[in-house]
Design a protein around this ligand. Structure first.
Ligand SMILES: [Zn+2]
Ligand SMILES: [Zn+2]
Length: 264
């Protein structure tokens, strides 16, 4: 499975010299197979997507918070006439996937309706309990723990398994669900937004710590752990320092860097 990290930042996009190594664009990961280009979230990182030829394009939204949908109007393939783009999202607050996108990108807050772009946008509501199969890829999900809800996705391709658990705040009940869902996965991408020192002031905001991610990794037996949703106030220097410290205690962990390609 080929995974391209397009956006690693959480909550708000950032730019400047302090954000060169880990990136400033918000949540987006691209998974490619021979037949599919599957995007997890459409944060501002999606603007850096490579051009996709002759593959089915599907975007799976964990939830429609701004940092996960911000880049959608700038998705390069939206400008291609006759291109089908499938957007999958779960109904939230009584809004279908189309209504969630239109709620954000319509007047007076936004100048162009999504349906006015040249490509064909096809919205899919994630109501199926059995998941979605896209030829060579299977996608399943569970509900995480986040204000207004956020899905945790599992993608299975050719015997490799990726679990994407961003915008997830640990709790006894949700951890049990996640540990079962992510059991023995090859890669767990986990929301490690806060430091242990920051977390008590941020409790209830819907994000976790890296230390808790390591506990989840050990409990579910996943092979590699990648931290994502970097806090917008955490500079390269701070993240690098934290990463080195945690790698000293636990092998097979890494902080996501925009632009890197991971093969599992
Ligand atoms: Zn987020
Ligand atoms: Zn969120």
């Amino acid at each position: 499975m080929k995974i391209t990290v397009l956006g690693t930042r959480g909550s708000m996009a950032v730019s400047g010299t302090k954000y060169q190594e880990f990136g400033g664009g918000t949540s987006c990961y691209l998974i490619e197979t021979d037949e599919n280009a599957i995007y997890l979230d459409a944060g501002s990182g999606i603007m850096n997507s490579p051009t996709i030829e002759k593959k089915t394009i599907s975007i799976f939204l964990t939830h429609p918070h701004l940092d996960h949908i911000l880049g959608f109007p700038f998705f390069p393939m939206l400008g291609e006439k006759d291109r089908n783009i499938y957007l999958y999202s779960k109904g939230r607050n009584g809004l279908s996937s189309k209504e969630q996108v239109d709620y954000v990108f319509s007047g007076p807050a936004w100048p162009v309706q999504m349906e006015n772009y040249p490509s064909n946008l096809i919205y899919k509501d994630l109501n199926e309990k059995d998941g979605v199969t896209l030829s060579d890829a299977k996608i399943t999900w569970i509900e995480g723990n986040h204000p207004s809800g956020s899905l945790i996705f599992k993608i299975e391709i050719d015997g490799a398994t990726l679990v994407y658990a961003t915008d997830y705040e640990h709790s006894k009940e949700s951890d049990q669900r996640l540990i079962i869902f992510a059991k023995d996965c090859d890669l767990l991408i986990y929301d490690g937004q806060y430091t242990l020192e920051e977390y008590p002031q941020k409790r209830g905001y819907g994000h976790s710590t890296k230390e808790h991610g390591i506990e989840i990794m050990n409990a579910c037996g996943c092979k590699k752990l990648l931290f994502t949703h970097h806090d917008p106030f955490h500079s390269d220097g701070m993240l690098k320092l934290q990463e080195t410290k945690l790698q000293g205690k636990c092998e097979n962990i890494r902080f996501a860097r925009a632009g890197e390609i991971i093969v599992i």
